[in-house]
Design a protein around this ligand. Sequence first.
Ligand code: ZN
Length: 422
Amino acid sequence: MRKFATLLLFLATLTLQAQNFNDYFTDRTLRIDYIFSGNAKETHIAVDELCTSPRWYGKRQHLAELPMEGNGQITVRSHQNGKVIYRNSFSTLFQEWQSYPEAEHVTKSFENVFLVPMPKDTVEVTVDLRDNRRNIVATLTHEVVPTDILIRHIGERNITPFVTLQQARDTSRCIHIAFVAEGYQKQEMDTFIKDAKVAIDAIFAHEPFKSHRDCFNIIAVESPSEDCGTSSPSEGIWKNTALHSHFDTFYSKRYLTTLHLKDLHDWLAGTPYEHIIVLVNTDQYGGGGILNSYNLSMTHNKWYRPVVTHEFGHSFAGLADEYAYEEEQIPMYPHDIEPWEQNITTRVNFHGKWENLIAPAKAAKKELKKYDPKVGFYEGAGYSLKGVYRGYPNCRMRDNTTPYFCPICQQAITRVIDFYTK
Ligand SMILES: [Zn+2]
């Protein structure tokens, strides 16, 4: 009887959620392109362009909730009653750039692209950006009228060819991942597909991805490049590639990224995607991962497997880096502020992070067995040797040689997977 009641409750929740989505949205995607601009002291947000494409591949439940806080948020409100009907969080390369010396003396602009479900009625969309003290430093609210004739229709024909590499158990309630080819010429697509399979093997060799593998639907989008490889400005090498990626991002030699977010989403238009993994056809070490924006990694270097997995930890689950170098201290996380990232702490407001994984002081011997005795506080994380702590000696988010995510990261990733699929 109890089982039956649970089932009924489950069905009722399902119907409620379905109604909720269908009350406000159609099965289409609204893509909003923004320009974020500014310098070390100023931040500005402007709308660039609106596009719509068939089907919606993001969440259909927890619509007004966030998977994590992020360095920025996008909120969609009903124009009629002001109710929040969709929210998501993200981080950006722009905000990272604002902490570099270049931002002290020049103002720059960056493309950013966000996907929301296509509203049925007029909505107000708010984008806000936060600093590393978690204060909102810029906000923009604009109206979107779904019948606006200037919303460009994309992804309806001439869709980039793609291959499905893994089908989720339930494609209506799963996490959609797309691999995108960067620096692969047309005749190299077999190599790209092979490289994407290596990344899948690497990521799903790690818990908790391993035991949640059937929650993920994965495609590989064959975006061809004119030239093979990627640009390397410090060596004077410039290539014409699908996403115009390059090393030396922000003058940091090994930092490989693309700033062409609009091109990235143009290649993806009409394919089933939400989370993006860009594979760059090079053997030079490099990569980057930005929460709910993209994960980018080189493919033909011996560290490819750990790097693509590590960067997915950033882009999918918003995990922080758990390392710190003697020679380079970046004041990314002020020691008097608790960071929102779930795998590091300044111990200012630790509550809700990994306290449940630490054995209580008075726990009985039998109880203790449930806990990993190594979970605790280890100083040195988030690019700071002092004042920022991780919860475990080693982790995939700390170095390339540890073959697992620590229990703290595993818990955080599981929470994100559950958020999207339950
Ligand atoms: Zn970790």
